[in-house]
Design a protein around this ligand. Structure first.
Ligand SMILES: Nc1ncnc2c1ncn2[C@@H]1O[C@H](COP(=O)(O)OP(=O)(O)OP(=O)(O)O)[C@@H](O)[C@H]1O
Length: 384
């Protein structure tokens, strides 16, 4: 469908400070780029040299624990917070940096935050039309188009209080997207919704954003949300991006123990390196690049521990794939819905290891079982 002649209320963005009227944008030009963005509060860098790029139609998630600087990064891009150093570019043109600042209302950035609050005194249609100017017919057509897109055409004349929380969220999405923002910044936008509704709205939102070709930077502290939404995840900690890449790579090639632990429970086994190998009760592990005497942590997710039965005091035979089995005694077992979680106290050092098994597996406490560690699914990190 051709674009209706609708402008955003704030005026012509190409006329604003910092955006040249004729910016050459190629297929390789990121829609959003931030370079070495830094923000200090009371001398402490809460955002510390953060750089990233988001291409048109791409969803990037800033994922990290509370207080790591995600919201501050978003606020700087939106223009409601000024960075102490660094640069922000849209379609290759600086909108904030040494060359000056484009005011927030001229950045053509859509915002969707958790406290999305529709204007209660405006109808659904008026809420969606809020950021639009232009001929009345064009505005009306765009409002109708956006409400159809979020499947809420029937509520066009309703008031916000007549809608459920999920419906209000969808109107907020329609409102944010109506002016065709080049970039959408979303800060925990789904956290006010209950689980089932959240999944539904998340998927719908993603579909609409992809259709519109909007570049999205989404802030969340929930790994499942990031895995579900993101084309790329930027893992943040202490004001810095510690790892960036496709969800698959972040999950399967984490940079350190904390990166593994951010996505799931972890088991940790410690060892000392000798000749690039670490000897443990589970057999040897490769520790390439680690000097003799270095302490390492072998990190393994609960779903990658294999459980085997006790054969009169013996376990399965060692294999190159799974190493040597070690014996533990079941402490407790719980059914979690689609998997069972079994906790073991290990014979060799009394430590607790957790294993998950698909479906129902509930051995009684006190039962001895044998555990092995899949060599292709564990991570070996130097101790910090
Ligand atoms: N205006 C401010 N003045 C002083 N400190 C601030 C200010 N804004 C944020 N901070 C601090 O900066 C740090 C990062 O905050 P920020 O809100 O960016 O984190 P976050 O990762 O978004 O956390 P959350 O997920 O809890 O929202 C926090 O320690 C916060 O207290």
């Amino acid at each position: 469908m051709p674009d209706a002649p609708v402008a955003i209320r704030a005026g012509n963005p190409t006329a604003s400070v910092g955006i040249p009227a004729r910016q050459i944008v190629t297929a390789d030009t990121p829609r959003l780029e931030i370079r070495a963005l830094t923000r200090r509060f009371d001398g402490r860098a809460v955002v510390d040299g953060v750089s990233l790029q988001v291409m048109p139609g791409q969803v990037t998630c800033l994922l990290g624990p509370s207080g790591c600087g995600k919201t501050t990064t978003l606020r700087m891009i939106a223009g409601v917070e000024r960075q102490d150093a660094g640069q922000i570019l849209i379609d290759g043109a600086e909108i904030s940096g040494p060359g000056g600042d484009t005011p927030p209302e001229h950045r053509r950035i859509g915002l969707m935050f958790q406290d999305f609050a529709l204007f209660p005194h405006l109808s659904v249609a008026a809420n969606v039309a809020f950021g639009l100017t232009g001929p009345r017919e064009a505005v009306r057509a765009r409002v109708a188009e956006m409400l159809a897109r979020v499947d809420l055409s029937r509520y066009i004349d309703a008031w916000p209080h007549e809608l459920s929380g999920g419906e209000q969220q969808r109107v907020a999405l329609a409102r944010a997207l109506a002016p065709r923002p080049r970039i959408m910044l979303m800060d925990e936008p789904f956290s006010g919704l209950d689980n089932r509704l959240r999944d539904e709205i998340r998927d719908e939102t993603l579909a609409v954003l992809k259709e519109e070709g909007t570049a999205v930077l989404l802030v969340t502290h929930e790994p499942e949300e990031a895995m579900r939404m993101a084309d790329e995840i930027a893992l943040m900690r202490g004001g810095r991006i510690v790892q960036q890449g496709a969800p698959y790579n972040i999950y399967n090639a984490p940079v350190d123990r904390a990166a593994v632990a951010f996505f799931s429970d972890v088991n940790v086994i410690r060892g000392r390196v000798q000749g690039a190998l670490t000897e443990t009760p589970f057999g040897q592990f490769l520790a390439p690049g680690q000097p003799d005497g270095a302490e390492v942590e072998i990190v393994i997710r609960p779903q990658h521990l294999k459980i085997d039965f006790d054969r009169e005091g013996r376990g399965p035979l060692p294999t190159p794939q799974d190493g040597t089995p070690a014996r533990g005694v079941v402490q407790r077992a719980r059914f979690m819905g689609n998997e069972s979680l079994v906790e073991f106290r290990m014979d060799h050092d009394g430590s607790i290891l957790k294993a998950t098994v698909p479906n129902v597996f509930l051995p009684r406490p006190g039962k001895p079982l044998w555990l092995t560690i899949r060599r292709d699914r564990c991570f070996v990190f130097p101790m910090r």
